[in-house]
Design a protein around this ligand. Structure first.
Ligand SMILES: *[C@@H]1O[C@H](CO)[C@@H](O)[C@H](O)[C@H]1NC(C)=O
Ligand SMILES: *[C@@H]1O[C@H](CO)[C@@H](O)[C@H](O)[C@H]1NC(C)=O
Ligand SMILES: *[C@@H]1O[C@H](CO)[C@@H](O)[C@H](O)[C@H]1NC(C)=O
Ligand SMILES: *[C@@H]1O[C@H](CO)[C@@H](O)[C@H](O)[C@H]1NC(C)=O
Ligand SMILES: *[C@@H]1O[C@H](CO)[C@@H](O)[C@H](O)[C@H]1NC(C)=O
Ligand SMILES: *[C@@H]1O[C@H](CO)[C@@H](O)[C@H](O)[C@H]1NC(C)=O
Ligand SMILES: *[C@@H]1O[C@H](CO)[C@@H](O)[C@H](O)[C@H]1NC(C)=O
Ligand SMILES: *[C@@H]1O[C@H](CO)[C@@H](O)[C@H](O)[C@H]1NC(C)=O
Ligand SMILES: *[C@@H]1O[C@H](CO)[C@@H](O)[C@H](O)[C@H]1NC(C)=O
Length: 812
């Protein structure tokens, strides 16, 4: 959905698309008895859209669709509508026909519901907004329009939602796959609830909700609109309930939103200067926007860690020591409501980013705040209420009689919700509040030590059983890293049994563990005698605990006991990428889709590190063994032991000590010790090529041509890059996608850092099949073979140590 927020993010990158008026007689209409045959198109007046037959992706099936014409050079690459998504044609003998009574058929088959009104002199026309309409030739009223039957794309002028008079429900449904436009699993729809909102469904599971319309925007979107020639509207009356946006001014912004196969709503804006569709905004935007991420009475806050906590007066339902790690079960009241006399319960004011889920809430439009509160107190099932300005929000009093779900915090929460609590809990909350000011200064002491990294380990210990409290650098929230008991971890790992060993990390063994309450964890036990581990330990604690991204592995807690230093992570059932990639049997399970998914995930994770996270971090040790895979094969970047924070200005750092892993190391770093975000981009490029080829980027000194980068470059120049493809991938891959990935991989490993793309470009290039790609220059691998390194390298002919991380002590 194109949201107000999207436009707010455009900023200076926005380039207006100027409409050019053509005087041509290009036909935009279809008349009865003039069928449109496969191969022919009709083009809208200003050539913005075209309608005709096309085959999506690698498919051979033929569909009738509408696509951007001029922007895509006449190619059906950006399809916005498909007529016969459920009924593809197998041959190229199709024809689209307007019948004399005003109905459309493809090869005489009716493919969509048509108007039952018979027309006398019908004409079908493709309009410049992408709407294909049928009307009487002498009238401007449409008897039928394609905008009433959207597929996966939302365009300016379309309505998402209901025409209640005729029972029309317009929703967006994802394609099954890039090659198959038939209806997939994910649907964006407006559901007719007491307070209507936009919901994103994956099958019968709600993935995201927009929250109610507040008069200017949906409440779950974070920012106020800035319009740039767009206007947004939400209509809710007895005849219609819909959301729409319009491009209004003569300068026209091209934008479209789609619901895609991954279950996200993505908005794209055409950037004229680059000639690409830029992905401006996705929903759900982060983990906290995932529907009911923290369960009933759990509050999600993306800026703190862990992101889930219980509302005050509530406790975690499932586990005590491990606060809301697996949060879906949510929270319970500390004290059950009394309900007997109305004086025994009261209300706590909670300020949230938006209303809790309202689908089962009761709405009263004409009562005062006091009355609203009274109604809640008098009904034992009432859990909360809000009152609001009727004229701006469309409701006066909302009462919840179910558990409160989908509670979200933000930097600037605005929505007051009055949550009902037992008197005992209210009293203890007001006590705590008065003590709070004292404890704040303690918090700050810890904070300073942590951030400055000067804290000696002894300090951790003296903190004893309490939790380590970090203060976010921006000062808008505290987060707690759970400190776990040694005994808990002993139990979870069966006394660090050999059979529980998952692998060897940089500075110690990693064990699988299972907590008493059932959740699985990965436990990294730093080698006892390793002094070098201390830096990495602190690094990991400082950085990773503050980072939140679906493509970064999550640190859950730590434990320190005498000389034991232990880090606890979420458990990744599928282990590390190298184990899959370089193993003939397991590699067989990595089809092209999965590999591409992994490449994209790593790119997003790295983009987050480089640009989006609050810290701005260079990872410095990106490699296949540091990419972990969860149960759904989502990649997660791990091991931040060598990561460096580069802040806003300091974008290049020079070090005398080279750390990292040969094979993934950028030449300027390996040779001169200079690293920047572009050295991570180099490592990422190596990773792409490894993922495609299933081969390690080993360094064979005697035969540089076996070196993966050298091989890729040679094949690229010989025009035989597909030879690079891992034979285990088999035949089901998208050739264009593979070619693009190799191209992007080679761009990332170019010798000069300034030639390599930044990660946001990489993400756009990976994510947009029509994003243009540059021709890569020679990779920076020759330097690796320069004499400077021979002394180190030629001791072993066949070097496999590109999988071993050098530290500041072993490196030079
Ligand atoms: C089009 O060709 C397919 C086979 O290629 C055939 O089955 C179908 O009947 C043909 N349809 C028409 C309308 O000629
Ligand atoms: C219009 O014509 C088509 C094909 O001739 C027919 O299937 C359809 O029922 C007709 N519709 C109306 C409303 O008469
Ligand atoms: C359009 O033409 C039809 C018949 O050709 C006529 O009945 C109708 O009144 C006309 N409508 C307008 C708005 O001129
Ligand atoms: C989407 O629209 C279709 C067609 O109107 C309808 O059958 C389907 O139930 C809708 N799905 C949702 C989730 O609203
Ligand atoms: C969009 O334009 C249509 C037609 O001009 C108008 O009826 C509608 O109110 C507009 N909607 C918004 C949100 O501006
Ligand atoms: C709303 O309440 C006021 C005062 O109680 C009353 O005068 C008014 O008629 C009510 N309006 C409606 C629409 O019920
Ligand atoms: C309390 O709310 C529930 C849920 O809507 C309703 O069924 C019940 O009748 C209400 N009870 C009272 C006393 O109003
Ligand atoms: C309610 O909204 C109207 C119009 O938006 C505004 O004029 C009025 O001051 C608001 N009232 C309150 C109590 O906020
Ligand atoms: C979280 O808990 C739910 C039920 O309590 C369970 O079904 C689910 O598998 C758990 N998820 C994880 C990641 O442990």
């Amino acid at each position: 959905m194109i949201s107000p927020t999207v436009m707010a993010t455009l900023g200076t990158h926005l380039v207006f698309f100027l409409v050019i008026f053509h005087d041509s007689m290009a036909t935009d209409t279809l008349n009865p008895n003039q069928p449109l045959h496969d191969g022919q198109v009709i083009v809208s007046a200003k050539e913005t859209f075209a309608l005709g037959f096309f085959s999506p992706g690698e498919s051979k099936n033929r569909y009738v669709g509408i696509w951007y014409h001029k922007l895509s050079g006449g190619q059906a690459t950006t399809v916005v509508w498909v007529a016969n998504r459920r009924g593809p044609l197998s041959g190229t003998n199709g024809s689209l026909e307007l019948n004399i009574n005003g109905t459309l058929t493809i090869n005489s088959m009716m493919f969509l519901p048509m108007s039952t009104v018979s027309l006398t002199n019908p004409v079908a026309q493709l309009l410049d907004d992408g709407n294909f309409v049928i009307r009487e030739a002498n009238s401007s009223e449409f008897s039928w329009q394609s905008f009433d039957y959207p597929t996966d794309t939302f365009l300016s002028g379309m309505k998402l939602g209901w025409n209640l008079r005729i029972g029309l429900n317009r929703n967006l449904t994802s394609w099954k796959s890039k090659d198959d436009p038939s209806p997939g699993n994910n649907v964006l729809s407006i559901d007719l609830e007491r307070i209507p909102q936009v919901n994103l469904w994956s099958g019968s599971t709600k993935k995201w909700r927009s929250g109610p319309w507040t008069g200017i925007k949906f409440s779950n979107l974070e920012e106020q609109p800035r319009t740039y020639g767009l206007s947004f509207g939400f209509v809710n009356n007895k005849d219609e309930v819909y959301y729409m946006f319009n491009t209004t001014t003569s300068t026209q912004i091209m934008c479209r939103s789609i619901v895609d196969q991954s279950g996200m709503t993505k908005s794209f804006v055409w950037i004229e200067s680059t000639g690409t569709w830029n992905n401006m905004m996705n929903y759900p935007m982060n983990e906290c926007q995932e529907y009911s991420r923290c369960g009933p009475y759990g509050v999600c806050d993306i800026d703190v860690w862990p992101i889930c906590r219980c509302l005050q007066g509530f406790k975690s339902k499932s586990m005590q020591e491990w606060p809301l790690m697996n949060a879906s079960s949510g929270c319970d009241r500390l004290t059950t409501l009394d309900c007997k006399s109305s004086s025994s319960d009261g209300f706590m004011t909670v300020t949230l980013a938006a209303l809790p889920e309202t689908s089962n809430a009761m709405v009263y439009t004409n009562i005062s705040q006091d009355e609203c509160r009274g109604r809640c107190l008098n009904n034992c099932s009432c859990t909360a209420y809000v009152t609001a300005n009727i004229s701006s929000a469309g409701f006066g009093c909302v009462i919840w009689v179910t558990e409160l779900i989908d509670l979200r915090m933000s930097t600037h929460p605005t929505q007051d919700v009055f949550v009902r609590l037992a008197a005992a809990d209210l009293a203890s909350i007001s006590n705590k509040a008065s003590k709070k000011s004292q404890s704040k200064s303690m918090v700050w002491i810890i904070v300073f030590s942590m951030v400055a990294l000067i804290i000696p380990l002894i300090y951790f210990c003296s903190w004893g059983k309490k939790k380590m409290v970090h203060k976010d650098v921006r000062g808008n929230g505290e987060f707690e890293l759970a400190q776990l008991q040694w005994s808990t971890l002993m139990e979870a790992t069966h006394n660090f049994a050999k059979t529980n060993i998952l692998g060897k990390g940089g500075f110690g063994l990693v064990y699988k563990g299972k907590l008493a309450e059932g959740s699985e964890i990965a436990v990294k036990r730093l080698s006892r005698n390793s002094t070098q581990g201390i830096d990495e330990f602190e690094n990991e604690v400082t950085f990773i605990a503050k980072l939140q991204h679906r493509n970064l592995v999550r640190l859950l807690g730590y434990c320190i006991k005498e000389d034991e230093k232990i880090l606890v992570y979420e458990y990744m059932p599928n282990g590390s990428l190298d184990a899959f990639l370089f193993d003939k049997e397991k590699g067989d399970h990595l089809d092209w889709q999965t590999r591409f998914h992994i490449i994209e995930g790593i790119a997003r994770g790295l983009l987050y590190l480089h640009q989006d996270s609050r810290l701005r971090i260079i990872h410095r040790d990106l490699k296949a063994s540091n990419i972990l895979l969860d149960i759904e094969m989502n990649p997660k970047i791990s091991d931040f032991g060598l990561a460096r924070n580069f802040g806003d200005r300091e974008t290049i750092i020079k070090t005398r000590k080279v750390v990292g892993t040969y094979g993934y190391m950028a030449p300027e770093y390996a040779l001169d010790g200079v690293f920047s975000i572009k050295s991570d981009v180099f490592s990422f490029g190596v990773l792409i090529l490894e993922i495609i080829s299933g081969q390690r980027n080993r360094i064979f000194l005697s035969s540089p041509h076996l070196y993966l980068l050298g091989k890729a470059w040679r094949l690229w120049n010989e025009g035989k890059v597909l030879d690079l493809l891992d034979p285990l991938i088999g035949n089901s891959f998208s050739m264009t996608q593979v070619m693009r990935c190799i191209n992007i991989g080679l761009l990332c490993v170019q010798e000069k850092p300034e030639d390599r793309p930044i990660m946001s470009s990489v993400v756009i290039m990976l994510g947009n099949d029509d994003a243009p790609l540059l021709e890569p220059k020679e990779p920076g691998f020759k330097a690796i073979f320069s004499t400077k390194h021979d002394a180190d390298l030629n001791q072993n002919e066949l070097h496999t140590f590109n999988d071993i991380t050098l530290t500041e002590q072993t490196g030079r």
